[in-house]
Design a protein around this ligand. Structure first.
Ligand code: HEM
Length: 242
């Protein structure tokens, strides 16, 4: 008797966890759209970009947003780990992934966990390069941080961008990161909407199309910044006085 009762309750908690994954995932996508738009300002105006960085420094509202964002990331990751372990255990009965999937979405949907790990790995590198030298440095009361030996203000995000993306290795690493993020989002976006109830045959193909568009906008929008600053530094090293 107890055995029969446990199946539906396991199913219910899986649905709740998938719901939490979807809401936090959509929240993270909103952050990515905001972060990407903010970064693109650096391409047009480094002064404008630094004004935004100053606004988003160690001010209470920026710190509150950072804490909310960190909580969203942590919840998304912990629930993903729990669901993946649960699925491995219950393989064949309850599955986290949607069963009726067309072949072309198989790869991203099957590899969401691995893609997520790659995204987080690169995110750690990214945070040490930027967040640690900016918001964290401001919190620690530092007035200057090092950008390749040159001391700059922690609010000088443009100087850090120029320094890191003048190095081709970092640009390549960021593009690999954005590739993994693209695959993760192409599945994550439509899957999240499906979980919260936006279902049906017509909407399934529409959502998949919107998913690809959103993931591509995010990946290309982010990639433009490292590529632009690499080209700028290569051009500048040929034409600017030393
Ligand atoms: C490729 C171009 C990117 C550039 C130039 C860039 C730049 C920055 C900068 C300057 C900061 C520090 C902001 C501050 O502390 O005031 C930052 C923080 C951050 N970035 Fe990025 N970023 C990029 C891509 C990404 C991507 C793809 C992700 C996520 C997958 C990401 C996630 C974050 C997070 C979570 C923070 C901490 C935000 C906070 O403190 O609230 N970034 N980034």
């Amino acid at each position: 008797m107890a055995k029969n009762d446990s199946a539906p309750s396991l199913m219910n908690t899986s649905i709740i966890k998938k719901f939490v994954m979807s809401i936090t995932g959509l929240m993270l996508i909103l952050f990515l759209l905001f972060h990407m738009s903010m970064n693109l300002v650096a391409v047009f105006s480094t002064e404008g970009y630094n004004m935004i960085c100053e606004f988003l420094g160690a001010n209470w509202y920026a710190l509150a947003a950072s804490l909310g964002l960190a909580a969203g990331f942590v919840i998304h990751i912990i629930v993903a780990i729990i669901l993946t372990l649960q699925n491995q255990k219950a393989r064949g009965s309850i599955k986290y992934a949607v069963n009726a999937r067309p072949k072309e979405v198989e790869w991203a949907s099957k590899n969401m966990f691995v893609l997520g790990i790659i995204v987080i790995g690169f995110l750690c590198l990214h945070l040490t390069q930027f967040w640690y030298k900016m918001q964290f440095a401001e919190l620690m009361g530092l007035e200057e941080v090092s950008a390749g030996g040159v001391m700059v203000s922690p609010a000088d995000g443009a100087a850090l961008i120029q320094y890191f993306f003048a190095q081709p290795l970092y640009v390549v690493l960021y593009i690999v990161w954005l590739g993994a993020l693209w695959f993760h989002l192409t599945h994550g976006f439509w899957s999240a909407f499906q979980t919260i109830g936006w279902d049906g045959k017509i909407w399934f193909s529409r959502l998949r199309c919107i998913s690809n568009i959103v993931a591509t906008i995010i990946a290309i929008g982010f990639a433009l910044v490292p590529i632009f600053f690499l080209i700028k530094s290569l051009c500048c090293s040929g034409c600017c006085p030393a």
